[in-house]
Design a protein around this ligand. Sequence first.
Ligand code: SAH
Length: 214
Amino acid sequence: MDNYKHKGLRKKLINELIVKGIKDEKVLDAIMKVPRHLFLDNAFEEWAYKDNAFPIDCEQTISQPYTVAFQTSLLKVQPGHKILEIGLGSGYQACVLIEMGAKVYSIERHKTLHDKTAVRLKDLGYSSIRTFYGDGFEGLPRFAPFDSIIVTAACPEIPKALWEQLKIGGHMVAPMTTGSNHQIMYRFYKNQDGSLRKEEFGDFKFVPMLKGIL
Ligand code: SAH
């Protein structure tokens, strides 16, 4: 259930995100629409609208709302864009992208988590999100190319297959491992000649992107 109390808490969260520097109205509108409390187990409902990451199944996390807002702003989403997400997790980020009018394909390497999230997305009416159980390092060659790619786990280097599946003129947003316990957010732009332009956006914390499936 999503009631006036939840909507009020979401409005407060939006204000907090604005104070923290999120300006993109379309991103804020999408976050206002997604009932984040329904992505956490019932007992933790009160935590849903705090600006924190939170543990979910399989020792993974639902990203902090600020991180979701920040990464989504970097993607420059346009309605109709075909977007590949690596790290479905709870499915929350994918829903924010759908609310912005994108077509979303999302990969998760944990079978239990993938299956549980796929059911949740259907129950919540987000069945247009296409979920895949598999290794995100391989991407989805069958559905390539993508207008943009969002990686929601920390990767050691730009996964080659993903770069190949990105359109010319597309963006890939990914946190990269630094050697210490935080990561740096990057946005990579694919130039006409296939080369990349790289921009750096500060420190974030993510679970690692790992090879293989579970
Ligand atoms: N986007 C998620 C946050 C997920 S946390 C949300 O909105 O809730 C990162 C997720 O990436 C975890 O669920 C983890 O299992 C997954 N992951 C890590 N390495 C992966 C890989 N190689 N392929 C696919 N998923 C991966």
